[in-house]
Design a protein around this ligand. Structure first.
Ligand code: G3I
Length: 322
């Protein structure tokens, strides 16, 4: 069995990676695979760097759980994509239910980012600085940040992250921007907004939560990646999974899933500024899908019993041929 990260690097990418979470690390059969840096050369903490965990009350910071994941990656020689700093979900209630003005929330964002990015300084290849700021129609999400500050919270967050870790690549990360449309156009406007404010933005993360049979073709994915690269940023697929909307899958369905995963990897290979592909965990046992989309799932590269699906072989052949 070929190793995905090894093949991705041989093909000129920086990594092939996976998300993980603290509770999963006690599963030794799972960690035997996750810790193999030839398979996964990059790790994303799926939860425990989020605000709810890292600053549960104002000014009281806790990195113990996040550090478990970063230490795991470092012990195995794996790159870290750090995730995330400003997101409307998984906020502590003191932030989400606070009464803010532009000035008070600006100070809160700046303090949070200075602390967290400062804590992880030098450890993160990339930070998802702002996550999911957009609605699917391309308008700004009216979350606590937008309601108090308008879009200005975005460049303020990027500037704070740049000050705290000059070496980390700073990303905007979102879903449903992988194909052309108003949301992708709005994400490009976010890149321009940050640049126009004189702050640094280095990358855009395309989450890649796809559906079997409705995943865009490699060529349409590639053209969208290129439209972002032309703004002067790098790109990455950051949270890929391809779910079945009804279960169990047929063998034809598994072939379609393989082809869909292959389209994502082919698109990244076609764009030199696409640095890598990350799956949002590699086995079905730890996928977020079933708890969010009832009756859906089997979205990962590995079955819950840790044997691989056809998609695994499709990806390894595409990488090997590149
Ligand atoms: O840790 C608690 C546990 O103590 C408690 O008993 C249990 C009961 O509900 O909940 C546990 O917390 C859960 C947490 O995952 C850790 O497992 C939360 O309820 C659950 O909501 C949370 O879900 C996470 C989700 O983000 C939150 O929106 C998923 O694991 C995580 O994979 C998912 O990741 C997001 C990315 O950050 C951004 N893009 C979309 C992606 C998928 O939703």
């Amino acid at each position: 069995q070929a190793n995905l990260n090894q093949l991705a690097k041989a093909a000129g990418k920086l990594y092939f990676g996976s998300a993980t979470d603290n509770g999963e690390l006690s599963d030794s059969a799972y960690t035997a695979i996750l810790s193999n840096s030839n398979e996964f050369g990059q790790i994303t903490p799926g939860n425990t760097q989020k605000w709810q965990y890292t600053e549960p009350s104002e000014g009281s910071y806790s990195y113990t759980q996040g550090d478990v994941i970063t230490s795991f990656a470092e012990a195995n020689g794996q790159i870290l994509r750090c995730h995330n700093l400003v997101w409307y979900e998984q906020l502590p209630s003191w932030v989400s239910s606070g009464t803010w003005t532009n000035a008070t929330l600006t100070a809160v964002i700046q303090a949070h980012i200075a602390s967290e990015v400062g804590h992880y300084k030098g450890q993160c290849y990339a930070w998802d600085v702002v996550n999911e700021a957009l609605n699917d129609d391309g308008t700004y999400r009216a979350d606590v940040f937008y309601n108090a500050m308008g879009p200005s919270y975005i460049p303020i967050a990027f500037a704070a992250a740049a000050a705290a870790d000059p070496a980390a690549k700073l990303y905007y990360n979102d879903y449903n921007i992988e194909y052309a449309g108003s949301k992708a156009t709005a994400a490009q406007s976010i890149v321009k907004l940050v640049q126009a404010a004189g702050a640094r933005i280095d990358g855009v993360g395309f989450q890649g939560h796809f559906i079997v049979g409705s995943t865009p073709s490699a060529s349409s994915l590639t053209s969208v990646l290129n439209s972002f690269v032309s703004l002067g940023v790098e790109v990455a697929y950051t949270e890929v999974d391809v779910r079945f909307t009804s279960l169990p899958p047929t063998s034809a369905g598994l072939q379609q899933q393989a082809s869909d995963y292959g389209s994502v990897v082919s698109a990244c290979l076609a764009v030199s500024k696409c640095v890598g592909v990350t799956v949002w965990d590699f086995d079905d046992q730890y996928s977020w899908i079933p708890s969010t989309f009832s009756g859906q799932g089997d979205a990962c590269l590995y079955w819950a019993n840790l044997t691989v699906k056809p998609a695994y072989y499709t990806i390894s052949s595409i990488l090997a041929a590149a």
